[in-house]
Design a binder for this molecule. Structure first.
Ligand SMILES: *[C@@H]1O[C@H](CO)[C@@H](O)[C@H](O)[C@H]1NC(C)=O
Ligand SMILES: *[C@@H]1O[C@H](CO)[C@@H](O)[C@H](O)[C@H]1NC(C)=O
Ligand SMILES: *[C@@H]1O[C@H](CO)[C@@H](O)[C@H](O)[C@H]1NC(C)=O
Ligand SMILES: *[C@@H]1O[C@H](CO)[C@@H](O)[C@H](O)[C@H]1NC(C)=O
Ligand SMILES: *[C@@H]1O[C@H](CO)[C@@H](O)[C@H](O)[C@H]1NC(C)=O
Ligand SMILES: [Zn+2]
Length: 473
């Protein structure tokens, strides 16, 4: 997960006008009452129980965990532009073919290639202290001898503005409090730009996490045209707090920062597509997805191995049960999500001509711990239908349908008016490990993945098999 976007309500109507026409027609054709739709959904009770039985208690138990462990233990992390990512895509492409899914293919896209190289930050004053850091994605490097400069500690962009005259020639350290991810991540994204605007030579941010055992948490950052590109990295909560205490005592802090980070030309990569082709309306799509790329630390098991592999598992479960929905169930494993939804945006550009035939887009990129339900964005009518669909998961007590269905890779579709769903689980825990060395299989729980996969399979299958697409209005 890279961003969380919670407020696009205002945009939906504007952008969906063009795409909406065809759907309006679908709506007009429908003479069915909500009661009839309720009855239709209730008839999926046995299918839902069969999926739950197979995924949680039966032969498919722990399969998504085991498959994921094999991939990430073999390949490791899968940074955009890296050989590892290329190898993982090759393995997944073959695995989906071996799983006997339909129309398995790669769709080429161009993605960023950045490498961190060697990096270090050593506090020289008031005492020697080597800090754990991680350069932020797309950061430039320092000269080979590093940048040695005095530190200015601030706690917010507002404080930086007030103290702008002190920043020139210094390394700005942000010790911003953790509020929540979507609020606090601004310091990671814009920290370097804001520091450079007031003349800083580098910037270090406190890692964006609610919890730390001395763990740096990387992620993408963005430069702005016309603003000097200064090197930027994250440091631990512990070091940010300590420097903040030192500064408040009036102690002078000096750091030597060395980073070999470098941006290379874009490279070729692929989104991976696999389907269970619909039997009655093959042109119509329910899309389930997660991203295969990750940061270059840990194993990318949680972000987003889990989401990618429960999405694959959803199709595997439906295949195992010999089910074939009326419309096409399409799995997409995105590439270069972490650099800003790069692969998914190119998929959208290519496939938006068919937007009127997308019933639902789903993305799991916020953990596959024990889910409590779905977040959903769509019309009140569509939401009422999703609540009925989720009632099929009563045997697992996972029936919530909250608002703000979203995901970096599906937001463009949602903003253009397509209903969108994401999985709800414990985000607080998710950010303990996010983009850190700690994102490994040790964080994952096979039983929780079984349940998450069952939810994903029931929802995607039922929406793909219902007589009508989800209404957009
Ligand atoms: C699935 O994993 C759980 C938790 O590790 C374990 O208790 C269970 O025995 C596993 N099931 C199978 C069939 O291996
Ligand atoms: C994050 O915090 C901000 C500021 O308190 C708040 O406006 C926003 O709704 C919060 N977002 C979430 C997802 O909780
Ligand atoms: C759009 O859908 C049609 C079928 O309705 C299909 O033939 C075509 O390949 C699709 N285009 C893309 C880019 O997916
Ligand atoms: C959408 O699917 C319908 C059949 O279900 C087909 O007639 C129509 O051409 C498709 N629309 C697009 C834009 O491909
Ligand atoms: C069912 O889930 C809800 C949260 O979604 C929880 O509050 C409740 O305790 C659960 N009930 C049981 C019987 O586990
Ligand atoms: Zn992610």
């Amino acid at each position: 997960m890279k961003f969380l976007i919670f407020t696009f309500v205002g945009v939906v109507h504007l952008l969906s006008l063009g795409a909406g026409k065809a759907i309006y027609r679908h709506d007009m054709v429908s003479q069915r009452t909500f009661q009839e739709i309720q009855k239709e959904i209730a008839r999926y009770g046995d299918v839902a129980k069969a999926i739950i039985q197979l995924a949680v208690y039966g032969n498919a138990q722990n399969r998504s965990y085991d498959r994921l462990a094999l991939l990430v233990d073999t390949i490791g992390p899968r940074l955009s532009g890296s050989k590892n990512l290329e190898m993982a895509i090759g393995i997944m492409h073959q695995s989906l073919k071996d799983n006997d899914l339909d129309n398995v293919h790669l769709e080429p896209v161009k993605i960023p290639h950045w490498e961190r190289g060697e990096e270090s930050a050593v506090m020289l004053k008031p005492r020697i202290h080597t800090m754990a850091i991680l350069g932020l994605g797309s950061s430039t490097g320092t000269p080979p001898e590093g940048i040695t400069a005095e530190v200015l500690v601030v706690h917010s962009f507002d404080e930086l503005k007030i103290r702008a005259s002190e920043a020139k020639g210094k390394i700005v350290v942000y010790n911003q409090a953790y509020v929540n991810y979507s609020t606090t991540v601004k310091y990671r994204i814009q920290g370097a730009v804001e520091a450079a605007k007031v003349g800083a030579v580098a910037s270090l941010i406190r890692s964006v996490t609610p919890f730390s055992i001395y763990s740096p948490h990387t992620g993408i950052q963005k430069y702005e045209d016309g603003v000097p590109k200064i090197p930027t990295a994250c440091i631990t909560v512990e070091d940010a707090n300590m420097m903040s205490r030192m500064a408040s005592r009036g102690v002078k802090i000096v750091i030597q920062l060395k980073m070999e980070a470098k941006n290379y030309p874009d490279t070729e990569s692929f989104n991976i597509v696999a389907e269970i082709t619909g039997i009655k309306y093959p042109e119509q799509i329910v899309l389930v997805s997660g991203h295969l790329d990750s940061w270059d630390v840990g194993q990318g098991a949680m972000d987003d191995g889990g989401g990618a592999f429960i999405s694959w598992e959803a199709l595997s479960l439906i295949r195992d049960l010999g089910l074939r929905p009326k419309r096409t169930l399409r799995l997409v494993l995105w590439t270069a999500e972490e650099q800003g939804g790069i692969g998914s945006f190119q998929y959208y550009q290519l496939h938006k001509v068919n937007i009127s035939n997308y019933s639902l887009v789903m993305e799991s990129d916020a953990g596959t711990f024990l889910p409590t339900g779905l977040q959903f964005t769509g019309s009140p009518k569509a939401r009422a239908i999703m609540k009925e669909v989720m009632s099929l998961l009563q045997p697992l007590n996972i029936t919530q349908v909250l608002s703000h269905g979203q995901g970096e890779d599906i937001n463009v579709w949602i903003q253009a008016g397509v209903p969108g769903a994401s999985l709800i689980d414990n985000l607080y825990k998710y950010f303990f490990f996010h983009h850190s060395h700690g994102d490994t299989m040790t964080v994952m729980d096979p039983k929780q993945m079984n349940v998450a996969a069952a939810v994903w399979a029931v929802v995607s299958y039922v929406v793909a098999d219902m007589e009508e697409m989800l209404p957009r209005f």
